[in-house]
Design a protein around this ligand. Sequence first.
Ligand SMILES: C[S@@+](CC[C@H](N)C(=O)[O-])C[C@H]1O[C@@H](n2cnc3c(N)ncnc32)[C@H](O)[C@@H]1O
Length: 383
Amino acid sequence: MQVPAQYQGREQSYLKHRVLEEYLLAWGHKLGSLAQRRRVRLCYVDVFAGPWQAKDAALADTSIAIGLDALEAAATTWRDKGYPIDVDAYFVEKDPLAFASLDRFINGHTGLVRTQAFPGEFGKHVDTIRRFLGSDPGFIFVDPTGWKGAAMRFIAPLLADSRQRDVLVNVMFDHINRFKDDPRQFLRDQMREFFGLEDRDMPAALGEEELFALYRRQLKAQCGVEYAADLAIPHPTVERTKFRLVVGGNSPAVLEVFRDAERKVIGAEAASVREQAALRAKEERTGQLTLLAAPPATDSRYESLHARAVAQAPRDVLAQLVAEKSIAFRKLWPGLLEAHHITRTGLGRLIWKMYKKGEIRILNLKPGERSVKDEHELSVAGH
Ligand SMILES: C[S@@+](CC[C@H](N)C(=O)[O-])C[C@H]1O[C@@H](n2cnc3c(N)ncnc32)[C@H](O)[C@@H]1O
């Protein structure tokens, strides 16, 4: 897999766009399936739209084009199956030059998706966009340059009128990490707004995990979503997190789709993306061409998070099963996917291994069944 040339030097944006694309394709496909029963309208909202740092004249390296293409694909699939869906896409951009380019792009866009762009700050358009969304399903993408203008109180109203709304927030860890403990009052206020802390101040000196646990907790509390999870986009050439994407929503499917996208993009594709970035950086440093070695199958940073999940999830499963007499897999997996970097399929495999080792029982396992299913009732062996 070759990283498109437009993303050289900002491979983190490529990974972000790949997650967005994977998530939206699955989202459009899943929610579009409702059209088999009734007319469906899906809404896509990109509130920090850009274009930003685009190098491609046709904006192919922006969330605007990537979002629209994924929505067009979903709309086309359902139309071709005989179940047309309505898709509306709303964009907001504050910078006048970027807005002019956005506006030109969507005016030139032809296809099934209807588009509308709003100039100015996201916060100023919340009420209008909320009205446009009505009570239809929606996906809200929040991708600020830092943290300014992305207050949680602006996001909450866009999730309020339907349980079928997902949000994806890009939390710029490397910027936030530098300023989160800065004592200047305006920064304290901005952090509070971003984390939805109202009149409480940010707790001091939070580590990366604690910071994101706080953001996820706040997203659930302030925006009323049942589930929230995150994935870490690595720095292309350095062993640290560049930013994290946090997803929120009310259906367990949100977590399943998100963890699948994480495994595919942050696990598999990132290995090759980072190998190419490291090679390019070395060539720039030494002036010598180097041959690309075969990258590992999984990126090392995802691998370590996944390994931690594989070690901890069985303990969490046992703890829950001890606390309750029996629990259906359907009820068990969403909480585990929220907390751990593992897919639903991967977790199912772990639980099957626990069953084979005699650590747990599957009370309603039918003869011939070889994997854990949603309806399976699990309990601790010996209980
Ligand atoms: C990180 S960039 C977005 C990148 C884009 N989502 C992508 O992936 O291609 C953030 C954009 O938000 C714009 N912006 C900054 N503050 C804003 C605000 N309060 N409301 C709306 N847009 C804002 C910036 O001008 C910039 O274009």
